[in-house]
Design a protein around this ligand. Sequence first.
Ligand code: ADP
Ligand code: MG
Length: 606
Amino acid sequence: MADVIRLLPDNVANQIAAGEVVQRPASAVKELLENSIDAQATKIQLTVEEAGKSRIQVVDNGTGLSETDARMAFERHATSKISRAEDIFAILTKGFRGEALASIAAVAQVELKSRPQSQDLGTCLRVEGGKVTRQEFCNTPAGTRIEVHNLFYNIPARRNFLKSDNVELRHIIDEFERVALAHPKVQMNMEHNGSNLFELPSQNLRQRIVGIFGKKFNERLVPVEESTPLLQLSGFIGKPEYARKTRGEQFFFANHRFIRSGYLHRAVCRAFEGLLPADTHPSYFLFLELDPQRIDVNIHPTKTEVKFEDDKAIHTIVQTAVKHALGQHNISPSLDFETEQQFTPPRPSGSVPPPGVHVNPHFNPFDQAHSGPKGAPGDRAPTPPTSKQSQEWESLLNQLPEVPDQKQQQTELLDENQVPEKRPYLQIARKYIATYHSGGLLLIHQQRAHERILYEQLRGDAQGGAVPSQQLLFPAQLQYSQGDFALIRELFPTLRALGFDLDDFGNNQLIVQGLPLHLEKTDPQAALDQILENEKENKAQGQRDMLDDMARQLAKVAALRSGTVIDQVRMAGLVEQLFACQEPAVGIFGQAVTTHFRAQDIDKYF
Ligand code: ADP
Ligand code: MG
């Protein structure tokens, strides 16, 4: 038998490896930006077209590459950053695997122009699908300019797998923001399809945060500073009262590299415990500096997931320092002076003691806005009622008419559209509406009912063509970060189709003059935050019905919450509207809205 094993040609091997490093345009952007940082650039310009699908260009004023190095840079495992295995552990630079350029060049058409300061002529190199197609001397400014065209042009399957421009651009902006935050001294600009998204001069961290996320952030930031032998921690947290429903502004950097760590995230969240309204998220921009030998950054191919050698101690330091910052700035009203004493964090020296932080666990500044428990009301197996509950039911049950057909199914209920006006309604646990129906007991989840009603109204209006919009007495002017604004601007047509009257107000501001008719009591900021959050969650598939999705999100924000007390008239109105819906029994996120107990179901409890 003939030998069959062959070595893969380099370009094929590179293409395979590329899958690991370059998953989407944003991954190429990240690698290129980090290379420029590693090359000590003080100025970096990122230009993308069509969310990076057709063009990504990074220009820096860094060290540049010599002719030989330019050629070498595209070889796999070619790096100027590691020469011995131990270097991997000591490395402080961003990239260190020598794979990025080779990977990008394997799946795109790349042009590199580079010149070290000390040389007169630069090098121009073209690489296509991993093969060098041209190399010559050229005139070019000192530094490096890399242009990546038609990413995945030779791997259609991957190209098709890319999400909409909106989503891909969001990923790119995320990467840009991370690098920009980690290196505030570096001047960084970003342009997409000819318009400037970011123009960030060399600045300090606070200015950079404000430059990225908007002026409003200035008053929101509280500095965090902690120095221990193990670790230096610095940066900012957002004051709890500014916590928003959108996640997003949560950043950890270890040795100036963006990292993800669910573990440290929980440390921060614990420090905020009791200070945040339900469903809101704290913002933080925290920088950890520690001996690189004590971090294993290389366990994840895209190098954002890290492992710390002393993770427990680091957890403690982070939690304590954040708690301390919150306390020092008198923004934790729950702390009386006695507890404040214990608040000064134990400064760990050598070994780290557990956090000595005590917060009144019963304090909840947001009690009034309490949005009620989050049970699973779709549960169809009720536990037997207590005696108090049974008293409540008595009046209802007394009025039960005799129903001849006891076998009535729950589904039949849904076909009945009339809801007699005069029947009594009872609000249970501030979240269910109880009434009798077909000789049994009907329970309605008030929040889900209202969500369903609003959703169908919004959809109906949008389909009707002429969308009714309720003009606001005081138009709302909303400020966004550049990234969020870019995203929201792409959503204008759909938002307008749903009845929003809004416009670009310049400087990343939005002016909202009118809201969809059925949303007139809703806070425009809350509504748009919810939509943004949903977009960022990356659920955005190419095929999805954006209008439908948005209507759902809006209904969710605007609906009457569980926990809100409502009167007979409101309950009657809700029930009536619910049964005028096309699908009254199903919540807009698929859960149950109604449950019907037939008399014989109730009999079991007696
Ligand atoms: P790594 O960054 O892991 O070393 P890359 O494939 O990203 O691997 O880059 C390979 C090499 O090319 C780098 O080690 C560096 O020497 C050089 N290089 C890449 N980008 C630049 C740049 N913008 N300026 C100067 N040198 C660069
Ligand atoms: Mg690199």
